[in-house]
Design a protein around this ligand. Structure first.
Ligand SMILES: CCCCCCCC/C=C\CCCCCCCCCCCCCCCC(=O)SCCNC(=O)CCNC(=O)[C@H](O)C(C)(C)COP(=O)(O)OP(=O)(O)OC[C@H]1O[C@@H](n2cnc3c(N)ncnc32)[C@H](O)[C@@H]1OP(=O)(O)O
Ligand SMILES: Cc1cc2nc3c(=O)[nH]c(=O)nc-3n(C[C@H](O)[C@H](O)[C@H](O)COP(=O)(O)OP(=O)(O)OC[C@H]3O[C@@H](n4cnc5c(N)ncnc54)[C@H](O)[C@@H]3O)c2cc1C
Length: 670
């Protein structure tokens, strides 16, 4: 749809006049500098001017098939644009992924069927192929001569990868692998793009050679003819059916009937099968084939931040425009943003988007540093990265989904309209809590690491920096509550340490009472998930505080003030959310809690005048927001009426069902 131009709503205009800081400064901080902001905007301009974002009818009014076809059309033209015009027009050779990621949302209100190509297929080629394999597949994938996906999950197993049933049996006579789907539950299920779009796919299967099963490995498999796009003989493939979101992502199913692929199609960077069928196991670490999942978990923290920033921009702008009820008799109806309860729903969303964005950037740098260690043959930092990416993916996607839903509640009835875009944003982020490792499962992975770290620290060994608080706790360091940034972080670390200690004790007590380790662990898993979540909170709080301090060193005083107000809001919010834990594991008193409550409420008031400017500082163009409630001009009612009038249901004054059913019913002739 082409966005109509309106004058700025006067309430929003006034809000912007109240702003105390230069929003461009905050925009630059999050982009990584002025240069990066200008580069991102150039890319956005090119895409927006391309006409590709235009839909003749709103996406939500299309049938599922039309939506899919429309998304394919846009993905193809967008890919062409990325390869040609974007480079020519902007002169930027090396596209920054965040900029491409952001502007992709101007094209796709839902999901591009090519998402998995870029998000998992290409990264798996980069991370799992030998240099020879890389030379064959990477240029083709980048040039979109082949389009791929990632088929790991099966109908019967998603979480437990070791339980996957698809087999890849090596035939040394022909130097081929035979892929087979032995049961109903072994069918690949869910892979994005698999249903209708892709012609290649990374398949995760149990490797058998010389009669021995060596566990899951990755295989490059062509599933459709490159010319006709027909499934190849021996392949059964299709779309799994309508779902809560991801409507245009053609998630698919896939079965193999003794389907043969060349030996070289096993991705052999880490493990190999030689021509005679001899298996060579990975030299360094047993879980290197899980690397793409770690990569995606890292990027999902960024997704949580970005999508939350969209939702909170919509809800804050709407709340500045919407007037409802009265505070005092006979006074004009206030903007709903003036209600402290509304501020309580929304300002934490702004602070959380900042916290997650800065944590995502920090995690990305950690990921790059671990990759560089691994290139040098050192896998020592991998367990910590796995633990960090697991808990951060779990907690950030989960918190973001809750806060996005809260943004929808904050918009009352209009938030329920698809045209608000909040339901789309929610259904996308809700899925991120499950895919790429379910919330509970990933926290249990982190818990494994924490229990080990506890045991190491107990044995007097040095532990990694993110868990150094465990050593301090074991040395008997007592927590004394202070309501400063550092003081609060220390207390959250004391909570995490206290919870990990209790888990270790529970496991040991249960073992003393005769249980084996597995059962003792299993019965402690509720506490273990809780401990991993507490650890993750302390990591986010610490990273957020450190990063804001670092990034605002040379900022203007007013930017420092407002950014720090948000940090304090975030710390106060979580203190108040976790008073039970803090009373148990830190020296916080009831008086301290009263103080934190008052501080929190005062902060809501301090942030209020800057609220609209703070969401403007996410710099999200209307074309990216796709929202009747959240456009920059605040013309909410005009847009709601506009989209109602454009609803295809209103194209005819009387629907044919009146003549077919209602009239006969009215006349008793049905
Ligand atoms: C080119 C032009 C294109 C144009 C395109 C146009 C359109 C573009 C549009 C947008 C552009 C934007 C692009 C970028 C966007 C990025 C977003 C990306 C979105 C991607 C969408 C993804 C969709 C979803 C995909 C999926 O869901 S794939 C399936 C994922 N599945 C899972 O995650 C399964 C979870 N389960 C597991 O991971 C494992 O089973 C388990 C739970 C970890 C257990 O494994 P296992 O049983 O083998 O191990 P354990 O016994 O538990 O542990 C043994 C030890 O191993 C350690 N361990 C485990 N895992 C790891 C690991 N990963 N790394 C390191 N170590 C690991 C574990 O800790 C144990 O250690 P120990 O020391 O305790 O023994
Ligand atoms: C929109 C979407 C897109 C997807 N895209 C892809 C894709 O492109 N490629 C792909 O391969 N997969 C994809 N998936 C699949 C996804 O990765 C899995 O659904 C996910 O990993 C969860 O696995 P599951 O469905 O088997 O859940 P289950 O493991 O069956 O989980 C169900 C419940 O059981 C609990 N549970 C399971 N095991 C344990 C345990 N050991 N301890 C305690 N609790 C447990 C879980 O916590 C959860 O509450 C996608 C999924 C979705 C929703």
């Amino acid at each position: 749809m082409v966005l109509k131009k309106y004058n700025i709503n006067p309430d929003l205009a006034l809000e912007r006049q109240k702003c105390t800081f230069d929003i461009e400064e905050i925009i630059n901080i999050f982009d990584g500098g002025k240069e990066k902001t200008s580069q991102r905007r150039k890319i956005e301009d090119v895409v927006l001017k391309s006409g590709l974002c235009h839909d003749d009818v709103p996406e939500e009014c299309m049938s599922l098939k039309e939506r899919y076809e429309n998304a394919v059309r846009k993905s193809c033209f967008f890919s062409k644009l990325m390869k040609t015009e974007l480079q020519e027009i902007t002169g930027i050779e090396d596209f920054e992924t965040p900029a491409i990621r952001r502007i992709a949302d101007a094209l796709f209100k839902d999901i591009s069927p090519f998402l998995l190509h870029l998000g998992m297929f290409v990264p798996t080629i980069i991370g799992q192929c030998t240099s020879e394999q890389l030379m064959i597949w990477l240029p083709k994938a980048l040039d979109l001569q082949i389009i791929g996906g990632y088929a790991q999950t099966e109908l019967g197993h998603g979480t437990f990868i070791r339980g996957l049933e698809t087999t890849a049996t090596y035939d040394a006579d022909t130097e081929e692998f035979v892929l087979h789907t032995p049961t109903l539950t072994a069918h690949k299920w869910w892979a994005g793009g698999l249903g209708k779009t892709i012609n290649h796919c990374i398949v995760v299967a149990q490797l058998y050679t010389k009669g021995v099963c060596y566990g899951t490995h990755l295989f490059m498999v062509q599933i459709r003819d490159l010319d006709t796009h027909m499934p190849l003989p021996g392949i059964k493939v299709g779309e799994i059916g309508p779902r809560m979101g991801f409507s245009s992502a053609d998630n698919g199913f896939l079965g193999f009937n003794n389907f043969r692929i060349p030996r070289n199609n096993m991705l052999m960077k880490h493990a190999q099968v030689q021509k005679d069928g001899t298996y060579v196991k990975p030299a360094r670490h047993g879980k290197l084939t899980y690397q793409t999942m770690v990569f995606v978990r890292v990027t999902l923290v960024n997704e949580a931040a970005f999508n939350l920033s969209k939702a909170v921009t919509i809800a804050v702008r709407y709340s500045a425009v919407r007037r409802q009820s009265e505070m005092r008799p006979n006074e004009p109806e206030p903007q709903i943003l003036d209600y402290p309860t509304q501020q309580h729903k929304l300002f934490i969303g702004i602070a959380t988007a900042h916290a997650f964005q800065l944590t995502a950037n920090w995690l990305w740098n950690t990921f790059k540093s671990v990759l560089s260690d691994m290139k040098k043959g050192d896998v020592g930092t991998l367990p910590e990265l796995h633990a960090l990416s697991s808990c951060l993916k779990a907690v950030c996607t989960s918190d973001a989904a809750l806060l996005i839903e809260q943004c929808r509640y904050a918009c009352g009835g209009h938030g329920y309209m698809l045209s608000s875009n909040l339901p789309y944003i929610y259904s996308f982020v809700a899925a991120t809590r499950t895919y790429e490792g379910d919330y509970t499962i990933l926290l249990l992975q982190t818990a494994r690491f924490l229990v080990k770290a506890w045991e190491q620290a107990e044995a007097g060994k040095t532990v990694t920096p993110t868990v150094s608080y465990i050593s301090r706790s074991l040395k008997g360091e007592k927590n004394s509550w202070r309501s400063t940034d550092e003081g609060i972080i220390k207390s959250f670390q004391a909570v995490a340490a206290g919870k990990i200690a209790l888990c270790v004790k529970s496991i040991r007590d249960r073992m003393k009472s005769g249980l084996d380790y597995e059962d003792a662990w299993l019965l402690t898993t509720v506490q273990l998930v809780d401990a991993a979540e507490a650890h993750c909170r302390s990591v986010i709080l610490e990273t957020y505080c450190n990063e804001v301090r670092r990034l605002t060193k040379s900022s203007s005083d007013n930017v420092k003030i407002v950014m720090h107000q948000l940090v304090t809001l975030y710390l106060s919010y979580w203190t108040l959310q976790r008073t039970g834990d803090l009373l148990r594991y830190s020296s916080i008193s009831e008086k301290d809690i009263d103080f934190m409550q008052r501080q929190y409420e005062e902060l809501l008031q301090h942030i209020r005048p800057n609220a609209v400017a703070l969401v403007d500082a996410f710099d999200l163009r209307d074309e990216i927001l796709h929202s009747s409630l959240g456009a920059y001009d605040g013309r909410v009612y005009e847009r709601l009426m506009e989209q109602a009038e454009n609803n295809p249901m209103n194209a005819e004054p009387v629907n044919q069902s009146f003549h077919k059913y209602i009239k006969p019913l009215l006349q008793g002739k049905l």
